[in-house]
Design a protein around this ligand. Sequence first.
Ligand SMILES: NC(=O)c1ccc[n+]([C@@H]2O[C@H](COP(=O)([O-])OP(=O)(O)OC[C@H]3O[C@@H](n4cnc5c(N)ncnc54)[C@H](OP(=O)(O)O)[C@@H]3O)[C@@H](O)[C@H]2O)c1
Length: 334
Amino acid sequence: MDYSPYPERYSAISFNRCGKSGVMLSPLSLGFWHNFGDYNARDNALAMVQTAFDHGITHFDLANNYGPPPGSAEECMGWILHRSLLPYRDELFISTKAGHFMWPGPYGDGGSRKNLLASLDQSLKRLRLDYVDLFYIHRYDPETPVEETASALAHAVHSGKALYVGISKFPQEAARAIYRILSDMHIHVLAHQFRYNIWVRQAEQDQIPSLREMGLGGIAFSPLAQGMLSDKYLHGIPVDSRAAGPSCFLKREHVEEKSHQIQQLDVLAHERGQTLAQMALSWVLRRPEITTCLIGASRPQQIIDCLPALQHISWSQEELDKIDHIVGIRAPFS
Ligand SMILES: NC(=O)c1ccc[n+]([C@@H]2O[C@H](COP(=O)([O-])OP(=O)(O)OC[C@H]3O[C@@H](n4cnc5c(N)ncnc54)[C@H](OP(=O)(O)O)[C@@H]3O)[C@@H](O)[C@H]2O)c1
Protein backbone atom coordinates (compact mmCIF):
# COMPACT_ATOMS: atom_id res chain seq x y z
CA MET A 1 0.00 0.00 0.00
CA ASP A 2 1.32 3.44 -0.87
CA TYR A 3 1.07 5.99 1.90
CA SER A 4 2.83 8.85 0.03
CA PRO A 5 1.30 11.86 -0.43
CA TYR A 6 1.13 11.70 3.37
CA PRO A 7 3.97 13.07 5.42
CA GLU A 8 7.47 12.68 4.09
CA ARG A 9 8.22 10.00 6.70
CA TYR A 10 6.05 7.43 4.88
CA SER A 11 7.39 8.11 1.40
CA ALA A 12 10.15 5.48 1.42
CA ILE A 13 8.33 2.71 3.32
CA SER A 14 6.10 0.03 1.89
CA PHE A 15 4.08 -1.40 4.78
CA ASN A 16 3.40 -5.10 5.23
CA ARG A 17 0.12 -6.62 6.30
CA CYS A 18 0.47 -8.50 9.58
CA GLY A 19 -0.91 -11.93 8.73
CA LYS A 20 -4.64 -12.08 8.18
CA SER A 21 -5.50 -8.83 9.88
CA GLY A 22 -6.18 -5.19 9.22
CA VAL A 23 -2.84 -4.15 10.72
CA MET A 24 -0.03 -2.85 8.54
CA LEU A 25 3.45 -2.77 10.04
CA SER A 26 6.64 -1.11 8.90
CA PRO A 27 9.05 -3.81 7.65
CA LEU A 28 11.59 -2.54 10.19
CA SER A 29 10.55 -1.99 13.79
CA LEU A 30 12.53 -0.70 16.73
CA GLY A 31 12.97 -2.85 19.84
CA PHE A 32 13.70 -1.63 23.37
CA TRP A 33 15.52 -4.68 24.75
CA HIS A 34 18.87 -2.89 25.05
CA ASN A 35 19.87 0.78 25.28
CA PHE A 36 16.60 2.18 26.68
CA GLY A 37 17.13 1.43 30.37
CA ASP A 38 17.97 3.68 33.29
CA TYR A 39 21.72 3.43 32.61
CA ASN A 40 21.33 4.79 29.08
CA ALA A 41 21.07 8.45 28.11
CA ARG A 42 17.42 9.45 27.72
CA ASP A 43 18.23 12.04 25.05
CA ASN A 44 19.81 9.35 22.88
CA ALA A 45 16.76 7.12 23.40
CA LEU A 46 14.49 9.99 22.38
CA ALA A 47 16.62 10.69 19.31
CA MET A 48 16.48 7.02 18.25
CA VAL A 49 12.71 6.85 18.52
CA GLN A 50 12.25 10.17 16.73
CA THR A 51 14.66 9.10 13.98
CA ALA A 52 12.81 5.82 13.52
CA PHE A 53 9.42 7.54 13.38
CA ASP A 54 10.69 10.26 11.04
CA HIS A 55 11.73 7.49 8.62
CA GLY A 56 8.42 5.66 8.64
CA ILE A 57 9.03 3.13 11.42
CA THR A 58 5.73 2.98 13.26
CA HIS A 59 6.16 -0.14 15.38
CA PHE A 60 7.99 -0.07 18.72
CA ASP A 61 8.47 -3.29 20.65
CA LEU A 62 8.82 -3.43 24.43
CA ALA A 63 8.44 -5.91 27.28
CA ASN A 64 7.79 -5.52 30.99
CA ASN A 65 11.30 -6.75 31.85
CA TYR A 66 13.35 -4.63 29.42
CA GLY A 67 15.83 -2.29 31.08
CA PRO A 68 17.94 -2.67 33.11
CA PRO A 69 16.49 -2.40 35.65
CA PRO A 70 13.38 -4.29 34.51
CA GLY A 71 10.58 -1.87 33.73
CA SER A 72 12.83 1.05 32.92
CA ALA A 73 12.56 0.68 29.12
CA GLU A 74 8.79 1.07 29.40
CA GLU A 75 9.31 4.10 31.66
CA CYS A 76 11.66 5.52 29.05
CA MET A 77 9.02 5.04 26.34
CA GLY A 78 6.42 6.70 28.60
CA TRP A 79 8.77 9.64 28.97
CA ILE A 80 9.43 9.78 25.19
CA LEU A 81 5.73 9.69 24.41
CA HIS A 82 4.96 12.57 26.76
CA ARG A 83 7.99 14.53 25.74
CA SER A 84 7.41 14.21 22.02
CA LEU A 85 5.28 11.56 20.34
CA LEU A 86 1.94 11.44 22.16
CA PRO A 87 0.28 13.70 19.57
CA TYR A 88 1.10 10.91 17.09
CA ARG A 89 -0.27 8.09 19.26
CA ASP A 90 -2.59 6.88 16.50
CA GLU A 91 0.34 6.62 14.08
CA LEU A 92 2.25 4.38 16.48
CA PHE A 93 1.96 0.65 17.07
CA ILE A 94 3.29 -0.13 20.55
CA SER A 95 3.70 -3.65 21.84
CA THR A 96 4.68 -5.04 25.21
CA LYS A 97 5.00 -8.50 26.72
CA ALA A 98 4.83 -10.43 29.97
CA GLY A 99 5.82 -13.94 30.94
CA HIS A 100 9.50 -13.83 31.88
CA PHE A 101 10.53 -13.26 35.51
CA MET A 102 9.57 -9.76 36.61
CA TRP A 103 8.96 -9.60 40.36
CA PRO A 104 9.66 -11.85 43.34
CA GLY A 105 7.24 -14.37 44.75
CA PRO A 106 5.11 -16.88 42.92
CA TYR A 107 3.14 -14.42 40.74
CA GLY A 108 5.78 -12.45 38.86
CA ASP A 109 6.66 -15.01 36.21
CA GLY A 110 5.03 -17.37 33.69
CA GLY A 111 1.77 -17.54 31.81
CA SER A 112 -0.77 -17.36 34.64
CA ARG A 113 -3.73 -15.04 34.47
CA LYS A 114 -2.51 -13.53 37.75
CA ASN A 115 0.89 -12.63 36.30
CA LEU A 116 -0.22 -11.50 32.86
CA LEU A 117 -3.01 -9.16 33.90
CA ALA A 118 -1.09 -7.60 36.80
CA SER A 119 1.85 -7.14 34.50
CA LEU A 120 -0.22 -5.47 31.80
CA ASP A 121 -1.55 -2.97 34.37
CA GLN A 122 2.00 -2.24 35.50
CA SER A 123 3.18 -1.80 31.91
CA LEU A 124 0.42 0.68 31.13
CA LYS A 125 1.39 2.74 34.17
CA ARG A 126 5.05 2.82 33.14
CA LEU A 127 4.18 3.61 29.53
CA ARG A 128 1.66 6.21 30.71
CA LEU A 129 -0.87 4.79 28.24
CA ASP A 130 -4.47 3.59 28.48
CA TYR A 131 -3.85 0.72 26.10
CA VAL A 132 -1.11 -1.00 24.11
CA ASP A 133 -1.61 -2.02 20.52
CA LEU A 134 -0.25 -5.52 21.02
CA PHE A 135 0.19 -7.57 24.20
CA TYR A 136 2.30 -10.73 23.99
CA ILE A 137 2.82 -13.74 26.15
CA HIS A 138 6.62 -13.48 26.12
CA ARG A 139 7.34 -17.22 26.28
CA TYR A 140 5.59 -20.55 26.34
CA ASP A 141 5.02 -21.67 29.93
CA PRO A 142 4.56 -25.44 29.95
CA GLU A 143 3.48 -25.37 33.63
CA THR A 144 0.39 -23.24 33.02
CA PRO A 145 -2.59 -24.63 31.12
CA VAL A 146 -2.69 -22.90 27.77
CA GLU A 147 -6.42 -22.25 28.32
CA GLU A 148 -5.54 -20.03 31.30
CA THR A 149 -2.99 -18.02 29.34
CA ALA A 150 -5.49 -17.67 26.51
CA SER A 151 -8.20 -16.44 28.89
CA ALA A 152 -5.84 -13.76 30.24
CA LEU A 153 -4.99 -12.58 26.71
CA ALA A 154 -8.68 -12.51 25.83
CA HIS A 155 -9.37 -10.46 28.94
CA ALA A 156 -6.64 -8.01 27.96
CA VAL A 157 -8.52 -7.40 24.70
CA HIS A 158 -12.01 -7.34 26.22
CA SER A 159 -10.93 -4.84 28.87
CA GLY A 160 -9.61 -2.51 26.17
CA LYS A 161 -6.08 -2.59 27.59
CA ALA A 162 -4.71 -4.28 24.45
CA LEU A 163 -6.05 -4.02 20.92
CA TYR A 164 -4.40 -7.26 19.79
CA VAL A 165 -2.59 -10.19 21.36
CA GLY A 166 0.45 -12.15 20.24
CA ILE A 167 2.70 -15.03 21.20
CA SER A 168 6.46 -15.19 21.46
CA LYS A 169 8.79 -18.20 21.12
CA PHE A 170 6.00 -20.79 21.24
CA PRO A 171 6.72 -24.29 19.98
CA GLN A 172 4.53 -25.11 16.99
CA GLU A 173 2.01 -27.34 18.78
CA ALA A 174 1.54 -24.88 21.63
CA ALA A 175 1.09 -22.08 19.08
CA ARG A 176 -1.64 -24.04 17.34
CA ALA A 177 -3.32 -24.83 20.68
CA ILE A 178 -3.49 -21.24 21.93
CA TYR A 179 -4.51 -20.04 18.48
CA ARG A 180 -7.45 -22.49 18.42
CA ILE A 181 -8.61 -21.59 21.92
CA LEU A 182 -8.46 -17.87 21.24
CA SER A 183 -10.19 -18.32 17.88
CA ASP A 184 -13.05 -20.08 19.67
CA MET A 185 -13.25 -16.95 21.86
CA HIS A 186 -13.34 -14.82 18.65
CA ILE A 187 -9.90 -13.38 19.34
CA HIS A 188 -7.38 -13.54 16.53
CA VAL A 189 -3.72 -13.96 17.47
CA LEU A 190 -2.06 -11.17 15.52
CA ALA A 191 1.56 -12.27 15.45
CA HIS A 192 4.21 -14.74 16.50
CA GLN A 193 7.59 -13.34 17.53
CA PHE A 194 10.75 -15.45 17.24
CA ARG A 195 14.51 -15.19 16.73
CA TYR A 196 15.44 -15.45 13.06
CA ASN A 197 18.64 -14.52 11.30
CA ILE A 198 21.26 -15.91 8.93
CA TRP A 199 22.71 -18.04 11.74
CA VAL A 200 19.60 -18.92 13.74
CA ARG A 201 17.12 -20.72 11.52
CA GLN A 202 15.18 -22.92 13.91
CA ALA A 203 12.07 -20.84 13.18
CA GLU A 204 12.03 -22.31 9.67
CA GLN A 205 11.06 -25.60 11.29
CA ASP A 206 9.18 -24.37 14.37
CA GLN A 207 7.23 -21.17 13.91
CA ILE A 208 7.29 -20.10 10.26
CA PRO A 209 5.51 -23.10 8.67
CA SER A 210 2.29 -22.57 10.63
CA LEU A 211 2.07 -18.78 10.24
CA ARG A 212 0.18 -18.79 6.94
CA GLU A 213 -2.42 -21.40 7.82
CA MET A 214 -3.25 -19.57 11.08
CA GLY A 215 -3.02 -16.13 9.50
CA LEU A 216 -0.38 -14.82 11.94
CA GLY A 217 2.23 -12.22 11.12
CA GLY A 218 5.83 -13.32 11.60
CA ILE A 219 7.91 -10.92 13.67
CA ALA A 220 11.64 -11.69 13.54
CA PHE A 221 13.78 -10.52 16.42
CA SER A 222 17.59 -10.17 16.55
CA PRO A 223 17.87 -10.12 12.73
CA LEU A 224 21.39 -8.71 13.10
CA ALA A 225 22.37 -11.39 15.65
CA GLN A 226 22.67 -8.57 18.21
CA GLY A 227 25.01 -6.62 15.95
CA MET A 228 27.31 -9.46 14.86
CA LEU A 229 25.74 -9.29 11.40
CA SER A 230 27.02 -5.77 10.80
CA ASP A 231 30.38 -4.24 10.03
CA LYS A 232 30.98 -3.26 13.65
CA TYR A 233 32.97 -6.39 14.55
CA LEU A 234 35.05 -6.58 11.36
CA HIS A 235 38.13 -5.18 13.08
CA GLY A 236 37.78 -6.37 16.67
CA ILE A 237 35.33 -5.50 19.40
CA PRO A 238 34.66 -1.75 19.76
CA VAL A 239 34.43 -0.47 23.33
CA ASP A 240 30.97 0.99 22.75
CA SER A 241 29.47 -2.25 21.39
CA ARG A 242 27.07 -4.67 23.04
CA ALA A 243 29.72 -7.40 23.09
CA ALA A 244 32.07 -5.16 25.09
CA GLY A 245 29.35 -4.11 27.53
CA PRO A 246 27.71 -5.83 30.50
CA SER A 247 25.12 -7.72 28.42
CA CYS A 248 25.17 -11.41 29.25
CA PHE A 249 23.38 -12.16 25.98
CA LEU A 250 26.25 -11.24 23.67
CA LYS A 251 29.76 -12.03 24.82
CA ARG A 252 33.19 -11.52 23.29
CA GLU A 253 33.49 -15.27 22.72
CA HIS A 254 30.36 -15.25 20.52
CA VAL A 255 31.91 -12.62 18.28
CA GLU A 256 35.30 -14.30 18.19
CA GLU A 257 33.72 -17.61 17.23
CA LYS A 258 31.91 -16.04 14.27
CA SER A 259 34.69 -13.68 13.21
CA HIS A 260 35.74 -15.59 10.07
CA GLN A 261 32.17 -15.94 8.82
CA ILE A 262 31.50 -12.26 9.50
CA GLN A 263 34.38 -11.36 7.16
CA GLN A 264 33.08 -13.66 4.42
CA LEU A 265 29.50 -12.45 4.76
CA ASP A 266 30.73 -8.88 4.53
CA VAL A 267 32.36 -9.63 1.16
CA LEU A 268 29.10 -11.10 -0.15
CA ALA A 269 27.18 -8.07 1.13
CA HIS A 270 29.42 -5.77 -0.87
CA GLU A 271 28.90 -7.93 -3.96
CA ARG A 272 25.17 -7.27 -3.47
CA GLY A 273 25.83 -3.56 -3.07
CA GLN A 274 24.80 -3.61 0.59
CA THR A 275 26.35 -3.29 4.00
CA LEU A 276 26.40 -6.48 6.03
CA ALA A 277 23.59 -5.19 8.27
CA GLN A 278 21.45 -4.34 5.24
CA MET A 279 22.10 -7.76 3.71
CA ALA A 280 21.18 -9.52 6.96
CA LEU A 281 17.87 -7.65 7.09
CA SER A 282 17.17 -8.31 3.41
CA TRP A 283 17.81 -11.99 4.02
CA VAL A 284 15.16 -12.14 6.77
CA LEU A 285 12.66 -10.03 4.84
CA ARG A 286 12.98 -12.21 1.72
CA ARG A 287 10.40 -14.51 3.25
CA PRO A 288 6.83 -13.32 2.69
CA GLU A 289 5.78 -14.75 6.08
CA ILE A 290 7.93 -12.16 7.85
CA THR A 291 5.96 -8.99 8.47
CA THR A 292 8.71 -7.04 10.18
CA CYS A 293 12.25 -7.27 11.52
CA LEU A 294 12.67 -6.04 15.08
CA ILE A 295 16.01 -4.30 15.14
CA GLY A 296 17.80 -2.85 18.12
CA ALA A 297 20.04 0.21 18.01
CA SER A 298 22.41 2.14 20.21
CA ARG A 299 22.41 5.36 18.18
CA PRO A 300 20.13 7.03 15.63
CA GLN A 301 22.53 6.65 12.69
CA GLN A 302 22.32 2.84 12.93
CA ILE A 303 18.60 3.02 12.21
CA ILE A 304 19.19 5.22 9.18
CA ASP A 305 21.92 2.85 7.98
CA CYS A 306 19.53 -0.13 8.15
CA LEU A 307 16.81 1.45 6.04
CA PRO A 308 18.32 0.88 2.55
CA ALA A 309 17.87 -2.86 3.21
CA LEU A 310 14.25 -2.34 2.22
CA GLN A 311 15.22 -1.33 -1.31
CA HIS A 312 16.85 -4.67 -2.12
CA ILE A 313 15.16 -7.73 -0.67
CA SER A 314 15.30 -9.91 -3.77
CA TRP A 315 17.81 -12.76 -3.87
CA SER A 316 19.22 -15.08 -6.49
CA GLN A 317 19.48 -18.76 -5.60
CA GLU A 318 23.23 -18.47 -6.07
CA GLU A 319 23.47 -15.74 -3.42
CA LEU A 320 21.33 -17.73 -1.00
CA ASP A 321 23.52 -20.79 -1.59
CA LYS A 322 26.63 -18.70 -0.90
CA ILE A 323 25.21 -17.61 2.46
CA ASP A 324 24.39 -21.21 3.35
CA HIS A 325 27.87 -22.27 2.33
CA ILE A 326 29.54 -19.57 4.45
CA VAL A 327 27.55 -20.47 7.56
CA GLY A 328 28.03 -24.19 7.00
CA ILE A 329 24.58 -25.16 5.85
CA ARG A 330 24.75 -27.30 2.75
CA ALA A 331 22.62 -25.92 -0.07
CA PRO A 332 20.05 -28.39 -1.38
CA PHE A 333 21.31 -30.59 -4.26
CA SER A 334 24.84 -29.19 -4.04
N1 LIG B 1 10.53 -12.04 22.17
C1 LIG B 1 11.73 -12.15 22.68
O1 LIG B 1 12.00 -12.98 23.54
C2 LIG B 1 12.81 -11.21 22.21
C3 LIG B 1 14.15 -11.54 22.46
C4 LIG B 1 15.14 -10.68 21.99
C5 LIG B 1 14.80 -9.51 21.32
N2 LIG B 1 13.47 -9.20 21.12
C6 LIG B 1 13.07 -7.94 20.45
O2 LIG B 1 13.87 -7.73 19.29
C7 LIG B 1 14.52 -6.46 19.38
C8 LIG B 1 15.83 -6.47 18.65
O3 LIG B 1 16.73 -7.40 19.24
P1 LIG B 1 18.29 -7.16 19.10
O4 LIG B 1 18.65 -5.90 19.81
O5 LIG B 1 18.98 -8.42 19.48
O6 LIG B 1 18.38 -6.89 17.51
P2 LIG B 1 19.54 -6.83 16.45
O7 LIG B 1 18.99 -5.89 15.43
O8 LIG B 1 19.92 -8.19 16.02
O9 LIG B 1 20.79 -6.19 17.19
C9 LIG B 1 20.78 -4.83 17.55
C10 LIG B 1 22.21 -4.32 17.69
O10 LIG B 1 22.85 -4.35 16.42
C11 LIG B 1 23.70 -3.25 16.28
N3 LIG B 1 23.29 -2.48 15.11
C12 LIG B 1 22.04 -2.12 14.72
N4 LIG B 1 22.05 -1.47 13.55
C13 LIG B 1 23.35 -1.40 13.18
C14 LIG B 1 23.98 -0.84 12.07
N5 LIG B 1 23.31 -0.23 11.09
N6 LIG B 1 25.34 -0.96 11.99
C15 LIG B 1 26.03 -1.59 12.95
N7 LIG B 1 25.46 -2.14 14.05
C16 LIG B 1 24.13 -2.05 14.16
C17 LIG B 1 23.61 -2.44 17.58
O11 LIG B 1 24.64 -2.94 18.42
P3 LIG B 1 25.41 -2.04 19.51
O12 LIG B 1 24.40 -1.87 20.62
O13 LIG B 1 26.58 -2.87 19.86
O14 LIG B 1 25.76 -0.74 18.84
C18 LIG B 1 22.26 -2.86 18.10
O15 LIG B 1 22.12 -2.69 19.49
C19 LIG B 1 14.63 -6.23 20.88
O16 LIG B 1 14.84 -4.88 21.21
C20 LIG B 1 13.30 -6.73 21.35
O17 LIG B 1 12.30 -5.76 21.08
C21 LIG B 1 12.48 -10.04 21.53
